[in-house]
Design a protein around this ligand. Structure first.
Ligand code: WT7
Length: 653
């Protein structure tokens, strides 16, 4: 890969990539007027965006702020499913493709806006027949099939609060989330395809359902996969989706919700063992996802837009379902893995469907780099006009590769920083105007006010500090489900109750571009997914042979970070590779495969300071190979003692 530009080169060169003249000429935003307007009056900017949606009743105040709590578009009445579907039915778009779905086995299914509307209405009625009403919590545990989007939109239509749980999570993670939200309905499917194998979702869900007393009904989507996939159907509780749909009426007017009625919860990892149910509400989230999708992805009616995320993550919520459908876009949805049947599956899909806007994660880009630029070169990718990146910092090498080998050197790249909590994109470049700089996410989106502060809340002029958002924005989380105190403590206690603390480090160049440096808390980012070290630690100590565990992240070429676990076994256990494997498996069973430790390091006892705090900085050094050389020596008690002493000399207690 001789064309690779190294990070150092980039620091010297300060290369910037402005959009081409052709791109800028057709772009929705091609000058700084949006920035100027929104700087003068951010509320007026959001209000103007809100007016482009349909409201059943207008709002009184744009924003009502009692820090840290905020309400947007107060007393306004709106429905997101209506804005994603009904709004378009009055126009020619009713016959436009809303979702083009490709299954892993090459099946292709297209839903026009009209067809999607019909199915959403039917399924909303089916849910009503199962007792679901406004405010009922509904868990969704599915693969990437159109019915997942239909289920979400059907919930939004009647004001039921969905909680999508990523299909790769374990039964225990699923039951924890169901129980936290007291969900009454679970929607799942018999199976889904992943890399040529069937993922038995319903069988997994059945294990969760042994411990979820709040669940009254289960809906099972039959995933067409040649032969029937066997799963249990419990009489009275479990219902086939297709049967319910046969009986359901297609007439279901959208419920006129209050702007601040909860829309959904989505669980994400934090610094304790218990995931947080992030709560988003209806009006502000609609406006935030609508405006950002329109301006960041520059969506036009001709576009075929593909975001490769899973609906189990916030990216799937905001930028597969709600943002693009509000914009009336054609969304491509793909069920399977990027390397099935071959490593060029994504390029084949882009060529087949003439995808024009493509949004993926750095971890995927790094895998594509490894597989070689010959693979995309085999395909006609000339339909692409805009590329996006999300989930973790994109290293300049990956940025340059993406730009050259996928974008053909002439597609702008939008690197989008945001979070489950922010609901929509916060920092990026606007593709028709901004100059993108590899490694820098860009500047705050219009209407967003962000800066960099030190621990004491002083503005950091140069060098790195903590990213801070200093003013509320419409799509921000409103609370943590059932735990408002944790909401206040986690996000609004670092400086004062007005400033949101996202948990990321950042620095800025002289033009105000933000470079995101990664998490500053005990949260790892593995392949763009957030994993709490405490969650993995609790999973490990849950094993009968484990006395203590400490989990840290190690730099990883493909995943960004990998999970490394330091484990002290109980006296009766002998350290062995077999136990390491068993522990890795145990974590995958308890949480899900994404949390499986890459490496387990046995320690005679965990190095702790005199005050009893685990020396995480040291463990990170060891995991990265920067200290101690041979990690196996940690298994020797005298070495642990020595390490502790050296560490205390270096860093103090
Ligand atoms: C964390 C949020 C946003 C949807 C996917 C992840 C990291 C996200 C970027 C980016 C650098 C990024 C941050 C953030 N992150 N996007 N463009 N550049 N870092 O959502 O699971 O809520 O994770 O992902 O660390 O805090 P999430």
């Amino acid at each position: 890969m001789s064309e690779q530009v190294t990070f150092d080169d980039l620091l010297h060169e300060e290369r910037e990539f402005a959009p081409s003249k052709e791109f800028a000429e057709q772009a929705i935003v091609s000058d700084d007027s949006l920035y100027k307007q929104s700087e003068k009056d951010p509320l007026a900017f959001w209000e103007k965006e809100a007016r482009e949606l349909e409201w059943f009743a207008p709002w009184k105040e744009v924003m009502e702020w009692t820090p840290p709590h905020v309400k947007w578009f107060t007393n306004g009445r709106i429905n997101l499913s209506h804005n994603c579907l009904d709004r378009h039915l009055k126009t020619w778009r009713r016959n436009k493709a809303a979702i083009i779905w490709e299954g892993e086995n090459n099946e292709i299914k297209t839903f026009t806006y009209q067809q999607l509307h019909t199915d959403v209405c039917k399924f909303a009625n089916a849910m009503k027949s199962l007792g679901v009403t406004k405010g009922t919590r509904v868990a969704i545990y599915m693969a990437m099939v159109p019915e997942a989007a239909i289920a979400m939109l059907a919930c939004a239509r009647i004001g039921a609060i969905h909680s999508v749980v990523f299909g790769g999570f374990s039964p225990e993670s699923l039951s924890d989330r169901i129980n936290d939200a007291q969900a009454e309905l679970l929607i799942t499917s018999d199976g889904g395809w992943r890399r040529g194998n069937i993922v038995p979702l319903k069988n997994e869900a059945d294990k969760a359902l042994e411990n979820t007393p709040s669940i009254k009904n289960v809906v099972i989507v039959k995933r067409p996969h040649g032969e029937p996939f066997p799963c249990r159907v419990k009489d009275g509780r479990d219902h086939w989706y297709h049967r319910l749909m046969e009986e359901a009426s297609a007439d279901c007017p959208a419920t006129e919700l209050d702007s601040e009625d909860p829309l959904y919860t989505l669980y994400t990892s934090g610094t304790t063992g218990k995931p947080k149910g992030i709560v988003h509400t209806t009006g502000g989230y609609s406006v935030g996802t609508y405006a950002t999708t329109k301006y960041v992805f520059d969506l036009k009616d001709e576009d075929i837009y593909w975001c490769t995320a899973d609906v189990g993550w916030v990216t799937g919520h905001s930028y597969i379902v709600y943002g693009p459908l509000q914009c009336g876009a054609t969304v491509l949805m793909y069920e399977g893995a990027p390397n099935y049947p071959e490593n060029d599956r994504f390029w084949e899909i882009i060529e087949r469907h003439r995808v024009s806007v493509f949004y993926t994660a750095p971890t995927a880009i790094r895998a594509f780099m490894k597989w070689g630029h010959q693979l995309p070169a085999k395909h006609d990718l000339s339909s692409l006009r805009l590329l996006g990146s999300v989930g973790e910092p994109i290293n300049p090498e990956a940025w340059m590769w993406y730009h050259k080998h996928i974008g053909g050197g002439n597609c702008p790249i939008v690197d989008t920083w945001w979070q489950t909590e922010t609901g929509s994109i916060m920092i990026t470049t606007l593709p028709g105007y901004g100059k993108a700089k590899p490694g820098y996410a860009g500047v705050p989106f219009p209407g967003i006010q962000a800066t960099i502060l030190d621990e004491d809340g002083n503005e950091v002029e140069s060098g790195s500090g903590l990213l801070a958002v200093t003013h509320p924005w419409p799509s921000m989380l409103r609370t943590i489900w059932g735990d408002d105190e944790r909401f206040v403590n986690t996000y609004f206690s670092k400086w004062n109750k007005k400033i949101y603390f996202p948990g990321d480090g950042a620095k800025r160049d002289e033009k105000g571009n933000f470079m995101i440096l990664g998490r500053v808390d005990d949260v790892l980012n593995v392949s763009g997914h957030r994993i709490g070290t405490m969650e993995v630690e609790s999973a490990l100590v849950d094993h009968h042979l484990v006395a203590e565990a400490a989990v840290v992240g190690r730099k990883h070429d493909l995943k960004g970070q990998a999970v490394v676990a330091f484990v002290t076994l109980k006296a009766r256990a002998t350290m062995s590779d077999a136990i390491k494997d068993e522990l890795k498996k145990h974590v995958a069973t308890k949480i899900g495969a994404i949390a499986r430790p890459e490496e387990i390091i046995f320690a005679a006892d965990l190095p702790k300071t005199r005050s009893g705090k685990i020396m995480r900085r040291l463990l990170r050094d060891i995991a990265d190979g920067n200290a101690l050389g041979d990690t196996t020596t940690l298994a020797d008690p005298s070495v642990v003692e020595m390490v502790r002493e050296q560490y205390e000399e270096k860093y103090g207690d």
